[in-house]
Write a protein that binds this ligand. Structure first.
Ligand SMILES: *[C@@H]1O[C@H](CO)[C@@H](O)[C@H](O)[C@H]1NC(C)=O
Ligand SMILES: *[C@@H]1O[C@H](CO)[C@@H](O)[C@H](O)[C@H]1NC(C)=O
Length: 342
């Protein structure tokens, strides 16, 4: 009874706030071993990512000087003024014989194409609050690929083991219920939904810091969702950015291929089979004041009058060639994950 009531409350809360969150699909720009935030100039970077957004994506993108809206000729996101770049690590499956294969992604329901991500910009539950869009050059990181402890995974980063492939939008808020900080422990009939949520307060000064994190913070008390105030050190309320990535783990649901000792067969592309190294990178690139207009206009969903929207086909057509040329194991079994000694 109690559980049913809380699920009903959760669904009601989602419906009530649906007007305050932008949610749009971005198709895959590339899968590549580059990281212009943490490893600028490194080709290849230590580990592989799926990257989406503006096609000015490059090995180095110096803050402010390198302007994505000016340098890009297309974006893989549906809002055509969004040339930001968003990226996360990839997932590999390790078979009993020690070979690895890239885990494919599900069809993104927004765009009807495999891969990519669903991106959210959330205003929060206070309609009157001022939410300040990021300034040019802004970038940030959440999570840590080197982390191997559940307690150090920030709240808002988690895995959901989906029962079926319906991708039910009323499946409850992310990182609630039986969602985990670790990779799901067993097979999932509908693959995984991975959620990566960034902090929502900014120091108002720095577009970046050496750790790519110190300029951002979580609310001082409560949560972003409950309208918790930003701390004095980071007083500016920024949009809460959230990524949703659907991995299709179902081709690997044959338990006969899972390790006999019960260990986890899935690995992040940074060689982590706990899942606790979950992380996401963000590099702001909205054109002019488009994101501020979206926040002030309380944009929701993937169509909103203050913003230009391109066709899904145009978003899908925006791709970029891999810079670090290598076999990433899409159709072949690899002896190791690119860049990893395992
Ligand atoms: C990306 O970087 C390479 C070399 O660093 C450069 O030749 C190329 O022009 C850059 N691409 C863009 C879109 O600026
Ligand atoms: C390793 O296992 C996979 C999955 O069963 C199989 O497809 C692949 O051919 C094997 N590779 C080698 C080198 O035996």
């Amino acid at each position: 009874m109690q559980l049913k009531a809380s699920i009903a409350a959760l669904v009601a809360a989602q419906v009530a706030t649906a007007q305050e969150l932008m949610r749009f699909g971005c198709s895959q720009l590339t899968i590549d071993r580059i990281d212009p935030l943490v490893n600028p100039g490194s080709l290849p970077s230590p580990h592989m990512h799926q990257l989406i957004g503006g096609n000015s994506l490059n090995v180095s993108m110096a803050p402010v000087d390198y302007d994505p809206p000016t340098k890009s000729t297309c974006t893989s996101c549906t809002y055509s003024e969004d040339f930001s770049n968003y990226w996360t690590a990839n997932v590999y499956f390790k078979a009993r014989n020690g070979s690895y294969k890239l885990v494919p992604q599900m069809t993104n329901l927004g765009l009807g194409v495999k891969g990519g991500m669903t991106i959210y910009y959330i205003r929060g539950y206070q309609p009157s609050a001022k939410v300040t869009a990021f300034p040019p050059g802004f970038r940030m990181l959440v999570g840590d690929p080197n982390n191997r402890e559940a307690s150090k995974v920030p709240s808002g980063l988690c895995f959901r083991c989906e029962v079926n492939k319906q991708q039910n939008p009323f499946g409850g808020a992310p990182c609630t219920g039986s969602d985990t900080k670790s990779f799901p422990a067993s097979t999932c009939g509908g693959g995984w939904r991975v959620t990566v949520t960034f902090p929502s307060c900014w120091d108002g000064v720095n577009v970046d810091t050496p750790d790519h994190k110190s300029h951002i913070a979580y609310p001082a008390s409560g949560s972003f969702e409950s309208g918790g105030p930003c701390p004095a050190s980071h007083p500016v309320k920024i949009p809460q950015v959230m990524y949703e990535i659907m991995y299709d783990t179902t081709p690997f649901n044959n338990k006969a291929e899972w390790p006999q000792d019960g260990s986890q067969p899935f690995y992040w592309s940074h060689g982590d089979n706990t899942g606790y190294g979950i992380h996401g990178d963000y590099l702001f690139g909205w054109k002019g004041d488009a994101l501020q207009r979206a926040m002030d206009g309380k944009c929701a969903g993937d169509r909103c009058a203050p913003l230009k929207r391109q066709s899904d086909a145009d978003a899908i057509a925006c791709t970029k060639q891999q810079s670090a040329k290598e076999d990433i194991g899409t159709n072949t079994w690899l002896a190791t994950i690119p860049g990893q000694e395992l």
